[in-house]
Design a protein around this ligand. Sequence first.
Ligand SMILES: O=C(O)c1cc(=O)[nH]c(=O)n1[C@@H]1O[C@H](COP(=O)(O)O)[C@@H](O)[C@H]1O
Length: 274
Amino acid sequence: MTSFGERLRVAVDTHGRLCLGLDPHASLLAQWGLPDSAEGARELALSAVDAAQGRVGVVKPQVAFYERFGAAGYAVLEEVIGHARAQGLLVIADAKRGDIGSTMAAYGAAWLDPDSPLSADAMTIVAYQGLDSAAPAIDLAREHGRGLFVLTATSNPEARDVQQSISGTGRTVAGQLARDVAVKNAGTIGWGMLGVVIGATEPIARTGIDPVLLAHTPVLAPGFGFQGGRLGALRDLFGLAADSVVASVSRSVLGAGRDGMADALDAHRQELAA
Ligand SMILES: O=C(O)c1cc(=O)[nH]c(=O)n1[C@@H]1O[C@H](COP(=O)(O)O)[C@@H](O)[C@H]1O
């Protein structure tokens, strides 16, 4: 079976390193003239998947924007994930789950088991319980060719006090988590099945993460566009980890509206390539 790392590499080599976030914010639904309902979220997300087709290889629905509509929202999320995957897009479910091992097994089953109605190619997780608490989800992902992205240095400014503080190992919390992930990918040829999330709102040098460690570790990088990170500055921001980056944008594309999304995606791609 092809691993998630290999599939992600092919998607990036084919379509470039941009990922489109499928985030139906209430403000975007209003801007699009759609109802603030599961049906509105469905219409926005399915239109975004259509615009993504042939322009990006990866999409990332943030599940909170569906969850807020309860069961109806989850039904839409199932449809959006299924539709995107059927179109050949890789789907990262941005669920940001984290818990003790036995519960992580259930989260893995929900988002990564091929038989689950929410089955995605990868999910985001929080590992403040220690990366090994995610072992059951990691094992399940490996078995089925799926992946996980571990939050290490997030894009929001409030995160710094925690994530850049020095842990018991002498490294920053972010640096230690990134190292733990990289160690699990060691020995992989190309990209491993475990990635890290590093925000694009400040240079990696400030996070305490050693970019050299990330040669085999894909880096999901949100924070470009609406949050201020510049795609054209990707190499300056990520330094020696730049080649591992998948740059994620949501509002800066979706905010261009139904008819403007395709052009916005093309403009973002050009900015990345420049
Ligand atoms: O894991 C994420 O994707 C994530 C991590 C992070 O540090 N910062 C961050 O913004 N995100 C997500 O990335 C998306 C950013 O959206 P825009 O700011 O609209 O491009 C949202 O879905 C966030 O939940």
